[in-house]
Design a protein around this ligand. Structure first.
Ligand SMILES: Nc1ncnc2c1ncn2[C@@H]1O[C@H](COP(=O)(O)OP(=O)(O)OP(=O)(O)O)[C@@H](O)[C@H]1O
Length: 219
């Protein structure tokens, strides 16, 4: 259970915050997991949610993306309730919910499709760079379903970073990554935030969270 406020004062100075949560309460039966939780993530900033197993990090991220209903409180993402509309998901990229894969397409073809569908050029070199940084080049022709859990995590991160977005919601992006890949992912996320994107993530890794930078909220 937690009541906390995060995000710098005057968080809305630059406009509508990417995420604004007030009085959030979630209970599973009689077990209250989140209670009167408050947070703000302005555009161009990162907020890392930490806490013990079962503290409610994933629950919070699911609520923030509209994938789970809250028992009380208000959640606004770019000023609107999170939802399942295509317009919402154009702004928001997440690894909270596992995507489905097309069995006939390779890892690289999925990334190209995602980029193309979001109006970006799949052949402009951005994917080459991303695949190189995340060590996905040797896996480019693999079927996503054949990837190991760590390879799959790298692919999921490539998939959300391959497309334009205004908010990234990531549940433990460092999970299952090799130690040499973690700083690479941290740098990619720092670059995303420096470019004006907002990042809301949960993490169990203080070193990784420190490398990403931004505010911290402990549940
Ligand atoms: N659908 C559900 N039904 C009942 N209890 C649930 C449900 N989902 C989560 N919980 C419980 O709510 C609490 C918070 O779960 P949540 O997954 O949000 O925690 P977490 O902080 O993300 O944990 P972890 O660090 O282990 O990933 C846990 O006690 C969990 O057992």
């Amino acid at each position: 259970m937690s009541a906390a406020t995060a995000g710098p004062a005057g968080a809305t100075a630059g406009g509508v915050p990417a995420v604004a949560i007030r009085g959030l309460r979630v209970a599973y039966g009689s077990a209250v997991v989140l209670d009167d939780l408050e947070l703000t993530v302005p555009a161009g900033t990162a907020l890392c949610v930490t806490g013990a197993n079962g503290a409610g990090k994933s629950t919070l991220l699911r609520c923030a993306t509209g994938l789970q209903a809250a028992d009380a409180g208000t959640i606004r993402v770019f000023g609107r309730p999170p939802g399942r509309s295509a317009a919402f998901w154009r702004d928001v990229a997440t690894t909270v919910e596992n995507p489905g894969w097309y069995s006939g397409l390779t890892v690289r073809e999925h990334a190209e499709l995602i980029r193309l569908a979001h109006g970006a050029d799949p052949a402009d070199g951005a994917l080459d760079k991303l695949f190189d940084l995340l060590g996905l080049v040797p896996l480019a022709d693999a079927a996503p379903l054949t990837l190991s859990s760590g390879q799959r995590q790298r692919f999921l991160l490539a998939a959300v970073l391959a497309r334009p977005s205004r908010l990234l919601v990531l549940d433990e992006p460092e999970q299952r990554l090799d130690t040499d890949i973690k700083p690479v992912v941290a740098e990619l996320l720092r670059t995303y935030v420096a470019g004006g994107g907002a990042l809301l993530m949960a993490s169990h890794d203080p070193e990784f969270a420190a490398e990403v930078g931004g505010e911290r909220l402990t549940l």
